[in-house]
Design a protein around this ligand. Structure first.
Ligand SMILES: [Zn+2]
Ligand SMILES: [Zn+2]
Length: 368
């Protein structure tokens, strides 16, 4: 193996991605080196490229959710799934690391996704610190990173197809306190929305509605488990409201999941949820500006619960793996990541993702 590793670097927002060489890191005890098999270009990477996330220490090696084979391990390595990990094992890792476990968010409020010390591979780790992103031939897994064996039944493509969107969806379903037979409406048919549809189905939803675009994503939304898909571009908000009411005893749905990242979607969501229902907001990952709602009409009189959902925890990561192991054979997660790109084609991948020509791109850093 060469002692020089190729990685694709985002030097600053709006700048072309460049491929650079990095030295092979010296491993501390408890550290590991992952030979990347697959990473992703997701909506977050487009936001990073557009400079829409605060506190990003550019230059970075993007690619926060990745999978591969353990290339080198120093000292014993135990996975957070309880497995003993060895060189040659197919593994995945939880991209969030350095959550401190001591701050007020971690201990007093028990909201570790709001810990200020936490760092995320490919997002808040700088390329100046080394190989902390998946758009690279090797990824440095520092001591303490949550690593788990990728179950044999799960392909790299299924894992990355689910990717960060699946972890977020596990958190969303938890926040929604879903009950068997609930009617659910998912706004947005990107990677998060598609996985939320699949998990709502697995959680016992009765009718699942999805609002999204373009047509290819709506087709996939159906195959992920949506019963009724509404094309955002071909229907009006009034038509959608009437259709949802007509199918729900004129009440609206029990649970709405916002995975659209649009201020207008939020305004519409509060009308589609029933009185006393639950509305989980997960798509406003960046600031897309204010929404206008009437607090009397849409929250207070409606007795509505609105819940935010930020990031994910190691438990969501492990449960996502269990769900993939059990269900990836019949839920088409692998189809979310439709195209493969090598390190030299990532400008094109970002442009395709930004233009919604694909839901998610797969990154194969060994593809020339
Ligand atoms: Zn903390
Ligand atoms: Zn992502």
């Amino acid at each position: 193996m060469s002692d020089r590793i190729l990685a694709a670097v985002m030097e600053a927002p709006h700048q072309p991605i460049v491929v650079r060489e990095f030295p092979l890191p010296d491993l501390p005890v408890g550290g590991a080196l992952l030979r990347t098999a697959c990473s992703e270009v997701c909506g977050t990477d487009v936001h990073l490229w557009h400079g829409r996330l605060a506190g990003v220490p550019y230059p970075i090696i993007p690619g926060h959710v990745s999978a591969g084979v353990l290339d080198r391990v120093r000292g014993g390595l135990e996975g957070i799934d309880g497995s003993v990990l060895r060189e040659g094992d197919r593994v995945v890792f939880f991209d969030v690391h350095r959550t401190c476990g001591r701050c007020r968010a971690c201990t007093v409020h028990r909201t570790p996704t709001r810990c200020t010390a936490r760092r995320v591979y490919g997002i808040t780790d700088s390329a100046a610190d080394g190989l902390f992103g998946g758009w690279a031939q090797q990824i440095y897994l520092e001591p303490g990173v949550g690593i788990a064996r990728l179950p044999d039944a799960v392909s790299f493509e299924s894992y990355i197809g689910g990717g960060c969107g699946l972890l977020t969806a596990v958190h969303i379903i938890e926040r929604a306190t879903m009950r068997p037979g609930d009617t659910v409406l998912v706004q947005g048919t990107g990677a998060v929305g598609l996985s939320a549809i699949a998990l709502a189905r697995l959680s016992g939803a009765s009718t699942i509605f999805a609002i999204g675009a373009p047509a290819a994503r709506l087709d996939l939304a159906r195959r992920m488990g949506a019963d009724v898909v509404l094309d955002l571009d071909a229907t009006t908000a009034e038509e959608r409201l009437e259709l949802v009411r007509a199918a729900t005893h004129r009440e609206g749905v029990d649970v709405v999941v916002e995975a659209a990242g649009s201020a207008r979607a939020f305004e519409e969501g509060v009308t589609l949820v029933r009185d006393g229902g639950r509305y989980v907001v997960a798509g406003h990952y960046t600031d897309v500006g204010p929404s206008t709602i009437n607090a009397h009409q849409h929250i207070n009189r409606k007795h509505l619960e609105i819940r935010g959902c930020w990031g994910s925890e190691a438990g969501h990561f492990l449960r996502a793996l269990s769900l993939l192991e059990r269900h990836a054979a019949h839920v088409p997660w692998a189809e979310i990541g439709s195209q493969r790109y090598g390190l030299h084609s990532l400008n094109e991948a970002l442009a395709d993702a930004a233009a919604m020509r694909l839901t998610k791109a797969l990154v194969d850093p060994w593809l020339s």
